[in-house]
Design a binder for this molecule. Structure first.
Ligand SMILES: NC(=O)c1ccc[n+]([C@@H]2O[C@H](COP(=O)([O-])OP(=O)(O)OC[C@H]3O[C@@H](n4cnc5c(N)ncnc54)[C@H](O)[C@@H]3O)[C@@H](O)[C@H]2O)c1
Ligand SMILES: O=C(O)C[C@H](O)C(=O)O
Length: 306
């Protein structure tokens, strides 16, 4: 499998590193507009190959899309990250132009590519990628829910004082500070509902901590996070490579599912060789439906700025 990662910055390099360490792809191409930057990151990563025991070949290029030709998967991480105090939505004016031109360049050289969109505001950038490329909807996937769910599990494990491998949970909705919907009702510790172990008040705290997970890290780091985002993308790329039909909440184009149309927003999906193999429609309570509707309203408001 050939994977292109556009943007060799913090998230792009982390994606490339995790993909290589898992050793399931034959080739990763890093591409960036900053002269020599992707080449440098690729060389540095390749010098970890003998230490980390991988055979994936990582190369870098400065904006030469011919090097990305015939990629099976492309990950778009190009664009600016937020600074402390900003929302992801504030990045739209810079990142929309970057994501649109990158998506157009990618499909010129890789007509069969599956695109994973990471750049923020991610749900709107995923929608924009659909509009810019016209690719079949199963080949454009926004990454947000996989990361948000990992953060939810981290917070759940902390609250339960349990190993992370014991907890399960999922976050749907928009990838934003207010739009995420951690599905607390369905969270479990080894199949037992977490409500058995923690109070409603503590559960509400876990929910709020999860929703502002990205903002909390941005405040601590001075820029947004990269390790967990890179790991989340690599898990999705691996599910495509292995055709594993693994369930991740992903932002994908909805056409009536969950009562929503012409919008990209996080819902449970099965990810396999086709990209989005299917959208899984789970039964939501009235209050969860109301949260999803309001999250969708906010995403539409950002989409209207395109
Ligand atoms: N969806 C998510 O869950 C998630 C998680 C983390 C970060 N992000 C987003 O990912 C993006 C990247 O974050 P980062 O921390 O890696 O930023 P970064 O600044 O470290 O890296 C971005 C890179 O993109 C490059 N770039 C800019 N324009 C380009 C173009 N036209 N073609 C190729 N490369 C270009 C820059 O030169 C830079 O190296 C941000 O928008 C951030 O908000 C999303
Ligand atoms: O928080 C951000 O701005 C980056 C990313 O969306 C994240 O959730 O880490």
């Amino acid at each position: 499998m050939k994977v292109t990662v556009v943007g060799a910055g913090a998230v792009g390099a982390s994606c490339a590193e995790y993909i290589a360490i898992k050793d399931f792809a034959s080739e990763v191409v890093l591409i960036d507009i900053k002269e020599g930057f992707a080449e440098g990151k690729a060389m540095d990563l390749m010098q970890t190959a003998s230490l980390n025991s991988f055979d994936t070949k990582i190369t870098g290029t400065t904006n030469d899309y011919t090097k990305t030709a015939n990629s099976d998967v492309a990950v778009i991480t190009s664009g600016i990250p937020r600074k402390p105090g900003m929302t992801r939505e504030e990045l739209i004016s810079t990142n929309a132009g970057i994501v649109k031109s990158v998506a157009e360049n990618l499909i010129k050289h890789s007509p069969n590519v599956i695109i994973i969109v990471v750049s923020n505001p991610m749900d709107t950038m995923t929608y924009l990628t659909h509009k810019a490329t016209g690719l079949p909807k199963h080949r454009i996937i926004g990454m947000g829910g996989a990361l948000d769910s990992a953060r939810f599990k981290y917070r759940l494990a902390e609250a339960l004082d349990a190993p992370i491998s014991d907890v399960d949970g999922m976050v749907i909705g928009g990838h934003s500070d207010t739009g995420m919907i951690p599905l607390t009702r369905l969270a479990t510790r080894n199949s037992v509902p977490v409500s058995k172990f923690i109070s409603e008040e503590r559960m509400e705290e876990v929910k709020q901590e999860t929703k502002v997970g990205g903002a909390t890290l941005t405040k601590l780091l001075g820029t947004s996070a990269w390790y967990a985002p890179g790991a989340a993308v690599s898990a999705m790329v691996q599910a495509i490579a292995n055709d594993s039909k693994k369930m991740f909440p992903c932002s994908c184009l909805l056409e009536g599912e969950y009562g929503l149309d012409d919008i990209c927003i996080g819902v449970p999906t099965l990810i396999g060789a086709k990209g989005v193999e299917s959208i899984v429609e789970i039964e939501l309570t009235e209050s969860e439906k109301a949260e999803l509707a309001s999250s969708a309203d906010a995403v539409r408001k950002t989409n209207s700025l395109l």
